[in-house]
Write a protein that binds this ligand. Structure first.
Ligand SMILES: Cc1cc2nc3c(=O)[nH]c(=O)nc-3n(C[C@H](O)[C@H](O)[C@H](O)COP(=O)(O)OP(=O)(O)OC[C@H]3O[C@@H](n4cnc5c(N)ncnc54)[C@H](O)[C@@H]3O)c2cc1C
Ligand code: FES
Ligand code: FES
Length: 468
């Protein structure tokens, strides 16, 4: 791992090399390549103006995903193909079918957001997903338009029904493969042993997974990452394995990959996770990265706490398992030692009769950080609650279980009287603050109301699934 090995990738079908690993993909596209069709709006992953499509080969098949170029770092595109809006044009700069349809449907006015929408729609069209209103809304929730209004844009997407999944940009990557990138300031080990070795040797280096948090440094704050260790190329961190009692998810598995599994195993969790960031964010972001931020409003912690998940941490000294309840040790503090890496997250499966529900309240339904998030799990035997887990985000300095409230539920039936007692106990368990998102009083009211909704709506109320 000593020889320099530059980042190699395809840009609109042309091969490129760079050593500028922590430059943002957007800066590379616009400033180095002068491909200015891709726009910069917010520079923090929120508006989708910078959306491009990144293609990688998975099991021999190309997988196209929309990502935000503003918070994607060049090191992350090694061995991948990047397509910008310019790369969609056909011979003689003929418009791509998505562009034609968007124009015919009057889906563009000033046009600033349009390249981003085109790229999101292109990825959607190539994904093979059913063209339903719900899927279209999900695919476009990370793209903001200030002047056209969304109806014509959604109409464009609905018009994509049934197009052949043809596209030259989706062709195999022409022999390009993940290389053992090793350039100043960026290391991308290919084995767990190398990752742990690097972690031990470079205690000041930053572990990078999807960079949906870390990318804000180079992008919004113009603060480059000086020394990075990319954890995403290590096979063990990319595994998803399932037994009869649990699912283990590698720390570098993206939300997009984990979502179908979690959706199948835990009622309401799919709906909840589809509100974590946007599709662009979920195509890059990981649960490992969410835990790594140690944010009290990270959306993974409440469901992991309610499920009694275990985190596997590894260092050169070996690996150990930490209960998620012991992982958060204080505001933005975790049980991670300086040479630790999160390798997997183990989530026990529900058993027959378990009641489970995740909820999130945020100012905007899609792509917004939680004001309050709650996940609740009850184990019921012979009509009585024998185990209760009530886990909240946004209600204390760390994600937290409400243990006094849990005790109010255990031993009797899950009914209105028990919930009233649990809601009354919440202020003893939780200490929310006033901040720009909410007042403490509002948060406490919401925390109680989510518990009441759990009782009224039940674990998987189809009618309420899509309710903001
Ligand atoms: C527009 C936008 C919307 C967002 N919306 C939400 C939201 O709704 N809910 C929410 O919870 N979050 C949200 N986020 C935050 C972010 O997407 C998540 O926290 C995400 O899970 C971070 O994962 P990542 O892989 O991108 O982490 P990175 O940015 O790569 O890393 C984040 C932190 O984790 C550390 N880390 C990464 N991998 C490991 C590892 N294996 N071991 C140890 N440490 C590690 C890094 O060193 C870093 O400190 C949003 C972000 C953006 C930009
Ligand atoms: S510029 Fe807004 S998401 Fe990238
Ligand atoms: S067309 Fe102007 S911002 Fe969308």
């Amino acid at each position: 791992m000593t020889a320099e090995h530059r980042i190699r990738f395809l840009l609109n079908g042309q091969s490129r090399e760079t050593a500028a690993a922590s430059t943002t993909l957007l800066d590379f596209i616009r400033e180095t390549e002068r491909l200015t069709g891709t726009k910069e709006g917010c520079a923090e992953g929120d508006c989708g103006a910078c959306t491009v499509v990144v293609t990688r080969v998975v099991n021999g098949e190309p997988v196209l995903e929309a990502v935000n170029a503003c918070i994607t770092l060049m090191g992350q595109v090694d061995g991948r193909a990047v397509t910008t809006v310019e790369g969609l044009l056909g011979p003689g700069r003929a418009a791509h079918p998505v562009q034609r349809l968007l124009a015919e449907t009057d889906g563009t006015q000033c046009g600033f957001c349009t390249p981003g929408f085109v790229m999101s729609l292109h990825a959607f069209a190539q994904s093979g997903e059913a063209v339903t209103v719900e899927n279209v809304h999900e695919a476009l929730a990370g793209n903001l338009c200030r002047c056209t209004g969304y109806r014509p844009i959604v109409d464009t997407a609905l018009g994509l029904a049934g197009p052949a999944r043809e596209d030259a940009t989706a062709s195999p990557l022409g022999g390009l493969a993940d290389s053992d990138v090793n350039v100043p300031g960026w290391h991308a080990p290919r084995t767990l042993a190398d990752l742990l070795q690097l972690r031990a040797e470079r205690p000041a280096a930053v572990l990078v997974a999807g960079a949906t948090d870390l990318g804000l440094g180079p992008s919004r704050d113009r603060a480059p990452i000086v020394d990075a260790i990319d954890v995403t190329r290590v096979p063990e961190l990319n595994d998803i394995t399932e037994t009869s009692t649990a699912i283990e998810i590698g720390a570098a598995v993206t939300y997009a990959r984990a979502l179908p599994h979690l959706d199948r195993l835990y009622p309401t969790l799919g709906t909840y996770l589809r509100r974590l960031g946007s599709r662009q964010i979920r195509n890059s972001g990981t649960i490992g990265g969410n835990l790594g931020t140690a944010s009290p409003i990270g959306d993974s912690a409440p469901f992991l706490l309610a499920l009694d998940a275990e985190i596997e941490l590894a260092s050169r000294a070996g690996s150990r398992h930490v209960a998620i309840a012991d992982f958060f040790t204080g505001y933005r503090k975790t049980a991670l030692k300086p040479d630790d890496v999160i390798t997997t997250i183990r989530l026990p499966k529900l058993v027959d009769g378990d009641l489970f529900r995740c909820d999130k309240v945020s100012k905007r339904y899609d792509q917004d950080i939680s004001n309050v998030a709650g996940t609740f799990r009850l184990r019921i035997e012979d009509g009585r609650v024998v185990e209760a887990r009530l886990a909240y985000g946004g209600m204390a300095a760390t994600p937290k279980r409400a243990m006094a409230a849990e005790a109010c539920l255990v031993g009797g039936p899950f009914d209105a009287a028990a919930v009233d007692a649990a809601v009354a106990a919440l202020p003893g368990d939780l200490a929310p603050i006033d901040d720009m998102r909410s007042t403490a009083a509002y948060r406490m009211a919401v925390a109680g109301n989510l518990l009441r909704r759990f009782l009224i709506a039940g674990p998987a109320p189809a009618g309420l699934e899509a309710m903001p």
